[in-house]
Structures are given as structure tokens and as C-alpha cells.
Design a protein around this ligand. Structure first.
Ligand code: HEM
Length: 389
């Protein structure tokens, strides 16, 4: 029998056979155990993210019921969403993030330096888990000394125990700890000289009455979560896919200008954000089924990205494909605010890694996967490297 249970660890190992069956046999799937629905085809997911009036984010974008009462950017519909996004969207355009390239590269080299002569590196713990957190901490103005602690807390927020629907207690505690940290930071800023950065902009919006204090905290929360885990996992997934597809790695080595295309292809083929949820505001008739009003609906982005109704040879990893219209960064009005930053970080990270490693092999026996219904990626990607590529 066809089942889709995003809390099942076995699914995390390889969801793609299940995804294919969902697209082909049950494009509108109902999970009875947890009482949610799932859309798996590209056109249906794209239509849903565009139709925010019917597929609302206001009840949260996770499958479990939303606990916070404060609207965050990602959990808001227009007009609240429009107001919130407009405040800092201009700080994340490709042109604005391009100026960060040198500091991203410097940081990447700093992180790689201790491993250069060792011939071994854990792509995640030694490198990819540190880079995005360091960059987002810089953008938010948090001290370097707090990076590891903040990363531990954000990891705990996204982790789910096997078969458990709710956020575990550690996740709740971690959320409170993060909110407490952000509130303290804002207090310190209130008594100091004004700065010109994201949090200063949000605090100015609070002072002008455009955001509440809680909304500012929620905003910082979502920025620190969204920009961390996902980019880490993208880098790990990409190293893994290139290891599994030596022919594609050879193409990339021969034509390094294909790197941005290869990043888009990794996002499409094995992206970190497997799905985001919505809640229906009315009954929806689709493919002969009726999703009732008030239902949770999982939009299976990575599944949709392998839909052969959309992409030719969709199950093939092809670094030349450059599929810029994949749903790995979502779509519609909630399309990833940090996509340009993620693309920049991934490109610089891969340039530096590939240059350092030359020939490399992932130690598959020591790979470890993280378990989350939404985020796909590894907690450990040990690699041995050395010699000309
Ligand atoms: C939204 C994926 C990196 C900030 C989203 C969404 C996806 C996504 C799928 C849409 C959510 C929805 O439709 O409900 C990713 C992936 C990343 C990444 C795969 C890395 C590879 C980043 C970074 C930031 C960021 C670096 C840093 C600022 C956000 C924010 C939203 C968002 C704030 C909410 C936008 C809104 O609701 O208007 N991301 N993201 N993301 N992302 Fe990213």
C-alpha cells in the first residue's frame, strides 16, 4: 500500500521511490494517521504557492499545529506578509549580497585551513555547518563567540524525533532560548549607538509602530533558522551527489563555469527543503479528490522537482541542466528571501572545497543523515581527499 509518512526515518534514507508513486498514483494524497494532505506534482505545488488566498501560511508551514501566536514572515498571509517582507527584502537582492562574496570566501578559507594538509574533512561539522551560521550572525550583528551556541539551538528547533508529530521539548526550549537571546540583544542595542543593519531596520520599524516587539523577535528567529540549516545541507548534499555521479563531477571540473547550474540542479534533484505546509481556507477539488477547508496540506517541493511532467529525464542528475524554475526555494510570495545569499554561499563554498580537495571520496559507511520531516541532508559527510582531480 502506498504511504507517505514524513516522520518515518526509513523514508528519510530514500524518499524518491515513494515520491514517484505519489506523483503517479496519488497526486492528492491523504495521510490518515496524522490527518494531512500532500501535493506532489510540480504544477499543483506551484499553483498552491501562488494561490495564497486558498493555501494559507497563517496557520504555520509545518505539519504540526503552530504554537507561536506571533506572526513571522513565513507564517503570515498578505497584508501582514507584504508589510513584513517589504521591510528588508531590499537587503537580500543579488546585487546587495554580492558585496559579501569576499567575506564569505575569506571565512571559507579560514574554516578549511586546518584541514588542508590532513587529507580528511567532515564536510558538515568542519565546514558547511559553520559557514552559513557565521554569515547570518554577521548580518544580524551577533558576536562570533556565540555562533556555536546559536547553531546548536537552531539545530534543536528543526529536529524531530522519529514518528513524533510535535516539536520535542528540547526544540521548544531551544526556541525560548533563542527568543531570549534576541530580546537581550535588542535591549543592548536600545542603549547603544545606532547601527545600520537588519536588526536596526526591524527595530526602527518597531519604533515607527509598523511592527510589534514580538514580530521583530519572530523575524530575527526566522532569519536565523532559515539561513542556517538549509544552506549547510545543500553543501553536504552537493558533495554527496558529485561523489555518487563521478561523470557529472568530471564535467564540472572540466567546465567550472557550470557551477551555478550544478547548484540549481542539486537544489532540484536533492534539495534541503523537502516540503512546506499550508492550510486550506476552503474546499479544494483536485484530481478527483476534495481537500476539505481547514486541512493541512504538505507541498512536496523536492518531489515536485523530480516530476517528469515538468522536467525531461527528471530522475537524472545533470549539472548542465540549470533548472532555475525548480521549487527548492519555494515560489510565489513566500519564495525564499535568502535565495541569492544561499546561492552565493554555496558557490563560494563549492569553489573552495573543490579547489582544496582535488580528488575526493565520501566515506559512505560513516555518512549520517539528519531526521526531519522538512529538511533533507546529512549531519556528517566524512571525505578523504588528495591528489590531482
Ligand atoms: C523561505 C528554502 C536559504 C531566508 C524559504 C522557502 C523555501 C526556502 C523552500 C519557502 C517557504 C514557504 O513557501 O513556505 C531555502 C533553502 C535554502 C535557503 C533550500 C538554502 C539552500 C535561506 C537563507 C536565508 C533564508 C540563506 C537567509 C536569510 C528565508 C526566509 C523565508 C524563506 C526569511 C521566508 C520568506 C517569506 O515567507 O516571504 N526558503 N532557503 N533562506 N527563506 Fe530560505
Amino acid at each position: 500500500m502506498l504511504d507517505y509518512d514524513p516522520f518515518d526515518y526509513a523514508l528519510h534514507d530514500d524518499p524518491y521511490a515513494t515520491y514517484r508513486r505519489l506523483r503517479d498514483e496519488a497526486p492528492v494524497f491523504h495521510n490518515r494517521k496524522f490527518d494531512f494532505w500532500a501535493l506532489s506534482r510540480y504544477d499543483d505545488c506551484l499553483a498552491a504557492v501562488r494561490n495564497f488566498g486558498v493555501f494559507s501560511s497563517a496557520q504555520g508551514t509545518t505539519l504540526e499545529p503552530i504554537k507561536a501566536e506571533v506572526p513571522t514572515l513565513i507564517n503570515a498571509d498578505p497584508p501582514i506578509h507584504t508589510k513584513m517582507r517589504h521591510l528588508i527584502a531590499g537587503m537580500f537582492t543579488p546585487a546587495k549580497v554580492a558585496v559579501l562574496e569576499e567575506s564569505v570566501r575569506e571565512l571559507a578559507r579560514e574554516l578549511l585551513a586546518p584541514h588542508r594538509d590532513s587529507g580528511r574533512i567532515d564536510i558538515i561539522t568542519d565546514f558547511a555547518a559553520k559557514l552559513p551560521m557565521a554569515i547570518i550572525c554577521r548580518l544580524l550583528g551577533f558576536p562570533k563567540a556565540d555562533e556555536d551556541m546559536l547553531r546548536g539551538l537552531t539545530d534543536a528547533v528543526v529536529h524531530r524525533d522519529e514518528g513524533v508529530f510535535e516539536m520535542p521539548d528540547e526544540g521548544m526550549h531551544a526556541s525560548y532560548a533563542l527568543y531570549g537571546y534576541f530580546a537581550e540583544d535588542m535591549k543592548r542595542r536600545a542603549g547603544a549607538a545606532p547601527r545600520d543593519d537588519i536588526i536596526a531596520t526591524l527595530m526602527a520599524a518597531e519604533a515607527a509602530g509598523d511592527l510589534t516587539h514580538e514580530e521583530v523577535l519572530g523575524y530575527i528567529f526566522i532569519l536565523s533558522i532559515a539561513g542556517n540549516e538549509t544552506t549547510t545541507k545543500l553543501i553536504g548534499n552537493m558533495i554527496y551527489q558529485l561523489h555518487r555521479h563521478p561523470d557529472q563531477l568530471a564535467i564540472l571540473r572540466a567546465e567550472p563555469d557550470l557551477l551555478p547550474s550544478a547548484i540549481e540542479e542539486t537544489m532540484r534533484f536533492d534539495g534541503p527543503t523537502q516540503m512546506m505546509a499550508r492550510t486550506t481556507t476552503r474546499d479544494v477539488d483536485l484530481h478527483g479528490r476534495t481537500i476539505p477547508a481547514g486541512a493541512k496540506v504538505a507541498l512536496l517541493f523536492t518531489c515536485a522537482n523530480r516530476d517528469d511532467r515538468k522536467y525531461d529525464r527528471a530522475e537524472i542528475y545533470d549539472v548542465r541542466r540549470n533548472p532555475r524554475d525548480h521549487l527548492g526555494f519555494g515560489g510565489g510570495l513566500h519564495a525564499c528571501l535568502g535565495a541569492a545569499l544561499a546561492r552565493l554561499e554555496a558557490r563560494v563554498a563549492m569553489e573552495e572545497l573543490l579547489a582544496m580537495m582535488g580528488r575526493f571520496a565520501v566515506d559512505e559507511s560513516a555518512l549520517q543523515r539528519m531526521h526531519s520531516p522538512q529538511v533533507r541532508g546529512f549531519t556528517h559527510v566524512p571525505v578523504e581527499f588528495g591528489g590531482a582531480a
